[in-house]
Design a protein around this ligand. Structure first.
Ligand SMILES: Nc1ncnc2c1ncn2[C@@H]1O[C@H](COP(=O)(O)OP(=O)(O)OP(=O)(O)O)[C@@H](O)[C@H]1O
Length: 519
């Protein structure tokens, strides 16, 4: 045994000596050429093709390297359970940890039925070549191995395109969303930007959103189709944007829905405060400074701008600010050539006109508690593609809230109580916000929470019934009164009253649309 070790040590010594001799006698260029020759010979007989993607391309960062790294991070995290070693990173502005291949580790992948192997190669950098910025001490790169028989034309290009697209998605998902606001009025920041941003950390998701599951699935699928629809929008010649109108009573989850949309798609939110915008051109500038993959929100649109009465004289926001008795503009600035106030027509151009297309993949969301107050032009399809009614708490929504706040499934509550809740929930007309309040307050005691909620729902239901009876009595009284007076009024109503009303309503709608040139 001792002899064996002695022989091994001598052999190692000879090898080390030979290597030093080789390095001294043979110049590095020749060594490199010989190595290349061997590599070529090996490649000729190998059944694989190899592609190298280095981290630094010359002196520039290779974007493809970063994309591959991100793409592989999703596969690596899946393989995490089986792999012994993975590298972990967290990027700037990100709260998410990403997995990566550790040095010289391998990972297999399959794309369109083609199996490939990625290897992460890290070697010390030999010498610092001159460059305007210091290069990292290690040379990092990925080697992609593809079987020769799978090397069909276009396969590699398609695979790399797929990787780049996936990497973009992952980057967006990992990065914190931003919430922008224009609440500084027309003031610009030091970079000349009209929007101010803060990290957006709203935890609302479609999972936690209490609404009818069928409706929810429909909205999610619509959003997904939109986000994946670049080719569709290009083919059909449509601008890549979509409008959603969320309407319903306060506290039914309109803001929560917007947050869920942003979190689902990984989009930033631009919360447009219309009352801070003075002119149409200001609005246009704001639009130009929004980025793609974003949701532009105008909350409570009925309160922001006068949208009911699109008369030429009173449609601008400044009038709204001055109150009903405030100054009346001399005419619709969109039509008299002036551009010194903000009008409904300006807003419609913002969402629908040529300027709305300066960017792509953008969603417009308007919310209102009073849809009946909105101008029909705003509701027209093409402007607001989907009208989503956020309703009072229904039974399916209640089940989601019980899960959110009490952490229990409907079955855990007991059949009898569940039946009682189901019997009263619709008629009680309670908002998800009010239901949430009761559940939050009693979240440490599930039984108490459910009992208190049931009692409140019953009370609301009774109140509503009484209100309805009261209203019916009032109507009956009025009808009775009218019946008594009817011999005098029949003539008047028949000759003008009711008929005129209908005609005027109809006319106002039609004339306004044409006069303002909006539709
Ligand atoms: N559908 C819902 N699903 C889950 N939570 C909800 C829902 N609706 C309301 N809530 C809860 O109630 C609170 C208020 O809801 P939210 O602000 O989204 O309602 P809203 O309809 O936008 O109200 P408003 O019209 O007054 O702005 C939220 O913080 C959320 O916790």
């Amino acid at each position: 045994m001792k002899e064996l070790w002695t022989t091994m040590a001598s052999l190692m010594g000879v090898l080390a000596f030979a290597q030093t001799l080789l390095h001294t006698v043979i110049p590095p260029e020749l060594r490199f050429a010989v190595l290349k020759l061997f590599q070529r010979l090996f490649n000729c007989f190998s059944s694989y093709c190899y592609y190298e993607i280095t981290e630094i391309d010359g002196v520039n960062t290779n974007e493809l390297y970063n994309a591959v790294q991100l793409y592989l991070s999703s596969s690596a995290s899946a393989a995490g359970a089986t792999s012994d070693r993975l590298s972990l990173t967290r990027g700037l502005n990100s709260s998410v940890i990403t997995f990566g291949l550790a040095n010289n580790d391998r990972l297999s992948d399959v794309f369109n039925g083609v199996s490939v192997v990625w290897e992460h190669i890290v070697t010390p950098r030999q010498s610092q070549t001159f460059s305007w910025r210091p290069l990292p001490e290690e040379k990092r790169g990925f080697t992609l191995r593809i079987n020769r028989r799978d090397k069909q034309p276009g396969v590699l290009e398609n695979y790399l395109d797929f990787i780049t697209q996936k990497a973009d998605e992952i980057k967006r998902k990992n990065q914190d969303r931003l919430l922008y606001t224009n609440s500084r009025g027309g003031c610009l920041d030091s970079r000349g930007h009209p929007w101010e941003s803060v990290p957006f950390k709203h935890p609302s998701t479609f999972e936690t959103l209490a609404m009818d599951p069928v409706k929810k699935a429909e909205i999610m699928s619509d959003l997904r189709d939109f986000a994946d629809g670049q080719a569709f929008y290009k083919r059909t010649g449509r601008a890549w944007k979509r409008g959603y109108l969320l309407y319903g009573p306060p506290g039914t989850g309109k803001s929560s829905m917007i947050a869920a949309m942003a979190n689902y798609l990984g989009y930033d939110i631009y919360d447009l405060e219309l009352t801070e915008v003075n002119t149409n051109s200001e609005l246009r500038k704001l639009l130009m400074k929004t980025s793609s993959k974003s949701i532009i929100v105008i909350e409570d649109i009925d309160c922001s701008i006068n949208l009911t009465n699109r008369n030429k004289n009173n449609t601008n926001v400044s009038d709204m600010r001055s109150g009903p008795s405030g100054p009346v503009a001399p005419g619709d600035p969109e039509h008299n050539g002036s551009n010194n106030s903000m009008t409904l027509s300006g807003l419609l151009n913002f969402t629908d006109g040529l300027w709305s297309c300066c960017g792509s993949e953008r969603i417009f969301v308007f919310t209102t508690n009073h849809i009946e107050k909105l101008d029909p032009a705003l509701l027209r399809s093409g402007r607001m593609d989907m009208h989503i009614f956020m309703s009072y708490c229904s039974f399916p929504s209640l089940k989601i809230l019980l899960k959110n706040y009490l952490g229990c499934d409907a079955d855990d509550i007991g059949k009898e109580v569940l039946g009682d809740l189901a019997a009263v929930i619709d008629e009680a007309e309670m908002t998800p916000a009010d239901v949430s309040e009761v559940l939050i307050k009693n979240r440490r005691d599930n039984d108490r929470a459910v009992k208190e909620l049931l009692a409140l729902l019953k009370k609301k239901m009774v109140d509503r019934r009484l209100r309805t009876v009261g209203e019916m009595e009032e109507v009956a009284e009025e009808e009775e009164k009218r019946a008594l007076d009817s011999p005098k009024e029949v003539g008047g109503a028949a000759t003008g009253g009711g008929g005129d009303d209908v005609e005027v309503d109809y006319k106002i709608g039609g004339e306004d649309e044409e006069d303002n040139g909006i539709i």
